[in-house]
Design a protein around this ligand. Structure first.
Ligand code: 5BU
Length: 253
């Protein structure tokens, strides 16, 4: 089913917006902009922004973070039509997670369209994020599977995570996973661990190609970090990933 058709099955506003955006912009590439200073992040977001549907951040690796930076990032998201996904991986009890989402120095709920959470602590984590999140039209991804070697997210864990998400379709938009988990067309699957050359890094990360992720594992959005960041020409490389991801999507539709 095409992204545009799937939008009508989504109960969350942001999920509809994302699927529509992907269809209009013709990209299922998410760029993981894992750099440690604000200026580099903004320059890369401006350069790669036209190629992507989602920009993924790790706000806590920036060494010169200011709230003013988040305003500039939101401005770039509007300029280039991408959504911002803070890869925060909330994993505590609901009461703590709620404060980590709204408060502290990062004030994530104010600027991140999408965040993610581990299912390890149970559905309270979703409820905690949902009330502040929905008032700002945000969406949540549940971590059903990880890309790293020997991780603990087996098939039973992924299935239980799916069942937990099914209780909150108005806020959960999909999963971080390595594959499609359900036949319900409302869920959007984001997969990290993607490079054009499959392989691994020296700390357990494992890579499959965009083609394998989308055609064999039936995922929707490919998340690429170092594959683009470490290229001599990041823009040219982003265009290659975009093309590979979109070609694979078209071949399945
Ligand atoms: P890479 O440079 O393409 O390997 O970066 C992958 C990014 O995705 C990085 O920011 C990770 O924190 C993130 N990631 C991941 O690699 N694997 C996972 O299972 C999850 C997140 Br969840």
């Amino acid at each position: 089913m095409q992204f545009s058709e799937r939008a009508s099955f989504c109960k969350n506003f942001l999920a509809k917006q994302l699927l529509t955006l992907m269809d209009e912009k013709k990209t299922n590439l998410a760029f993981s902009v894992d750099v440690t200073n604000c200026q580099s992040l903004l320059e890369l977001a401006d350069l790669i922004g036209p190629e992507i549907c989602v920009l993924k951040t790790h706000i806590d690796i920036l060494n010169d973070f200011t709230i003013d930076f988040t305003k500039k990032l939101v401005h770039l998201a509007k300029k280039h039509h991408f959504l911002i996904f803070e890869d925060r991986k909330f994993a505590d009890i609901g009461n703590t997670v709620k404060q980590q989402y709204q408060g502290g120095m990062y004030r994530i709920a104010d600027w991140a369209d999408i965040v993610n959470a581990h299912s390890i602590s149970g559905p309270g984590v979703i409820e905690a994020l949902m009330y502040p999140g929905l008032t700002k039209q945000r969406g949540l991804l549940m971590l059903a599977e990880m890309s790293s070697k020997n991780n603990l997210t087996d098939a039973i864990y992924a299935q239980k995570t799916l069942e937990m998400a099914e209780q909150f379709p108005e806020f959960v938009i999909g999963f971080i996973s390595q594959r499609k988990l359900s036949n319900n067309p409302n869920w959007i699957y984001f997969s990290p661990g993607i490079q054009l050359d499959p392989g691994k890094d020296e700390l357990g990360q494992q890579y499959v190609t965009p083609h394998t992720a989308i055609t064999h594992h039936q995922t929707d959005i490919i998340i690429v970090g170092r594959g683009i960041l470490q290229a001599d020409d990041p823009l040219a490389e982003a265009k290659k990933y975009r093309e590979a991801g979109w070609k694979a999507y078209l071949s399945t539709n």
